[in-house]
Design a protein around this ligand. Structure first.
Ligand code: GLY
Ligand code: MN
Ligand code: MN
Length: 439
């Protein structure tokens, strides 16, 4: 027997906020499919983010239907209770349990979807549904839409229009409620503490894989069921691969380690990157280049407040990092020309920020009416400038080859500016070395 870990008012509140934008229509969201790894072994399951966002329901093989203002307003198709099956794969809420525990108006066994879903779509004027997540379910939906066309076309209404709801739900997910901020804060704090555990565990000769294990154990001890994304545990020149995730090399004395990792707590993800020396002490060269990237990162964090745009932050990042590249003799020439010709992309080639939330690269558009979106209080975004100098880069100082640095914090936008949710994770050279010395 299980019971929901969350108050249903959270999900009811979210649905209420969505209702004006989809009124007259029906939203249909299918649970994430299960993926088979081999035989009867599946990959670990995680619910589809929008499905969870609106229901709190974590079982696969389920479909949620929301029809604001109609009766029934909320409907869920779920796996039926089945004691024999539950002996193997665990507890299911079943139709009655889902209705009672998740405050759903009507529930049906998933097998009834062909018979019941068309009835729920018969009196709506739009279908809000994301195609291409699950092609088998798409087929079923398209068949139903086609079947409805006959009755609709007698009134010259044509096909039921299908509208992708992701941008609409993204608008809500961008603005975190107080409970969401609290969950996010916990994800960020657990992630920061787990980074510290890795700083304490690293030493020459340890494998990146073992450090990944230290991180996962530390977030799980702090209540995270899983990571928000596969960690990047990149020693030495591996750090110059942006999303390196082999995580299987031996850490060498004198190298740096780039750790980009975050735990997920109540479906909110942390996303932190720290760079620290395998042997506990930055070399003089490492100190110099790290400090320059850190200065840029801190200046960018300081700029975050309502009204600025991610596009503006990106422009600033390019300007500041190009200065560093000129200063370090990575690039030669006039700054304006180097920016115009995108020469900086040899050493910095990604965005400085993304929205953060239930997904590490979270929902929500970056522009509104073709204009860069201005950030608002309640948004959470990352600030993550980096510098990546490939080992085989021609014409760069020898001492810099094979160094990759990214420093990433998670920033909550507030009415008066911002709050750094990952501030407790050390990033100053002296603080990192102190943690490593005393760890
Ligand atoms: N962890 C992936 C990113 O920082 O965007
Ligand atoms: Mn990130
Ligand atoms: Mn990251």
């Amino acid at each position: 027997m299980r019971t929901p870990q969350f108050s249903m008012s959270i999900f009811e509140e979210r649905r209420k906020k969505l209702s004006p934008t989809i009124k007259g229509g029906a939203l249909v969201i299918a649970a994430n499919p299960e993926y088979i790894r081999n035989g009867d072994v599946n990959y670990p399951y995680r619910q589809e983010s929008n499905f969870f966002y609106l229901t709190g329901f974590e079982e696969p093989n389920s479909v949620f239907v929301y029809r604001p203002g109609k009766k029934p307003e909320t409907v869920m198709f779920v796996m039926s209770k089945d004691p024999a099956q539950e002996t193997w794969t665990g507890f299911r809420y079943g139709t009655d349990g889902t209705k009672a525990n998740f405050h759903i108006d009507a529930t049906y066994p998933i097998e009834a979807i062909r018979a019941e879903l068309p009835k729920l779509l018969a009196d709506v004027d739009q279908l809000f549904y994301s195609l291409y997540n699950d092609r088998r379910f798409d087929e079923l939906i398209l068949q139903m839409v086609n079947d409805l066309t006959w009755s609709r076309s007698r009134a010259n209404r044509g096909n039921l229009p299908i509208v992708d709801p992701r941008a609409l739900i993204g608008e809500l997910r961008l603005r975190k409620s107080s409970v969401e901020v609290e969950w996010h804060r916990q994800a960020c704090e657990a992630s920061g503490e787990a980074h510290i555990e890795v700083m304490k565990a690293i030493r020459p000769g340890i494998n990146e894989r073992a450090l990944h294990g230290v991180f996962v154990r530390a977030i799980m001890e702090r209540g995270c069921p899983r990571e928000g994304y596969h960690a990047i545990v990149a020693s030495g020149e591996n750090a110059t691969t942006l999303h390196y995730n082999f995580n299987d090399q031996t850490c060498r004395d004198g190298d740096l380690l780039l750790l980009d990792a975050g735990g997920e707590f109540n479906y909110f993800s942390g996303d932190i990157t720290r760079v620290f020396p395998v042997n506990g002490r930055f070399s003089e060269t490492q100190k110099r280049i790290y400090q320059k990237v850190l200065n840029v990162q801190k200046e960018l964090v300081a700029m975050v407040k309502p009204g600025v745009s991610r596009e503006g932050l990106q422009r600033e990042t390019i300007s500041k990092l190009t200065d560093v590249m000129i200063d370090e003799k990575l690039l030669k020439g006039r700054k304006d020309d180097l920016i115009e010709k995108k020469e900086y992309m040899k050493f910095y080639m990604h965005g400085v920020s993304h929205w953060l939330g239930m997904d590490v690269h979270d929902a929500g558009t970056i522009s509104v009416n073709n204009e860069p979106r201005q950030i608002e209080a309640g948004f959470v975004l990352t600030i993550e400038p980096g510098l990546y100098i490939p080992k085989d880069s021609p014409d760069v100082p020898n001492e810099l080859r094979g160094i990759g640095i990214r420093i990433e914090d998670d920033i909550l936008v507030t009415e008066s500016g911002h709050e750094n949710l990952t501030v407790k994770c050390p990033k100053e050279i002296a603080d990192i070395e102190a943690v490593m010395r005393h760890g």
